[in-house]
Design a protein around this ligand. Structure first.
Ligand SMILES: [Zn+2]
Length: 215
């Protein structure tokens, strides 16, 4: 992965314009400050890495600080599971600037004790708190039993994703066993995309910040 000094203008993806600066683009030759960034920071960064990732790539970047024999891709424990890193970035809005970091920044913090710039630390804490608040509001406004209308966006071996045109911020999912008469499972190749589907909320997955539906 390309390396950049912290707080230099962001250049990795041509898709991004505006006051965007680099944070955490570390390589084997990088010199960086080490230390404890403060209470709650690692947890906040972990949440952004899981829920706010942008600009996904097809493969995984590896950690150049771990040296030979490093795990690939890089995984970090996360609650009762793990988070895989190296194939996306996070954008964190700060004061007058947006910080763009590879999601490996979480690994650099927890494994290599990288201490990011103070402005980034503040921005991550604020962003994570706002995102957690938004998820609580989503759960309130889409409580169990709420009817929704959406369109099928994609499928996975475990179920279908639905787009909710009124709630583009919401990650809505229909597990296979809740898909009712449409019969996903073996007939998944017959799933019609972009057709209206009426569904109802049955619950919420805090781990994925996902609203669970049934048809
Ligand atoms: Zn490493």
């Amino acid at each position: 992965m390309t390396t950049y000094e912290d707080l230099t203008p962001y250049a990795y993806s041509g898709e991004v314009t505006g006051p965007v600066v680099n944070v955490g683009w570390l390589g084997a030759e990088s010199r960086f400050e080490v230390g404890e960034p403060g209470p709650g920071f690692a947890e906040a960064l972990s949440a952004l890495v899981r829920f706010d990732h942008v600009r996904p790539t097809r493969g995984w970047h590896q950690c150049r600080l771990c040296g030979p024999g490093a795990a690939y891709p890089v995984c970090e424990p996360d609650g009762d599971g793990e988070v895989v890193l190296g194939s996306a970035e996070i954008d964190v809005p700060g004061t007058g600037v947006v910080y763009a970091a590879p999601n490996l920044v979480y690994h650099y913090v927890v494994r290599h004790h990288y201490r990011p710039p103070a402005g980034f630390v503040r921005a991550v804490l604020a962003r994570a708190e706002a995102s957690a608040g938004a998820w609580e509001e989503t759960k309130r406004s889409l409580s169990a039993g709420t009817p929704v209308r959406g369109e099928i966006r994609g499928y996975h071996v475990t179920g279908l994703w639905l787009d909710l045109p009124d709630r583009p911020d919401v990650d809505a999912f229909i597990p296979n066993d809740l898909y009712g008469p449409y019969g996903v499972g073996e007939n998944r190749e017959h799933v019609a995309f972009h057709v209206p589907v009426d569904a109802v909320v049955v619950g919420h997955s805090d781990r994925e910040r996902r609203v669970v539906l049934r048809v």
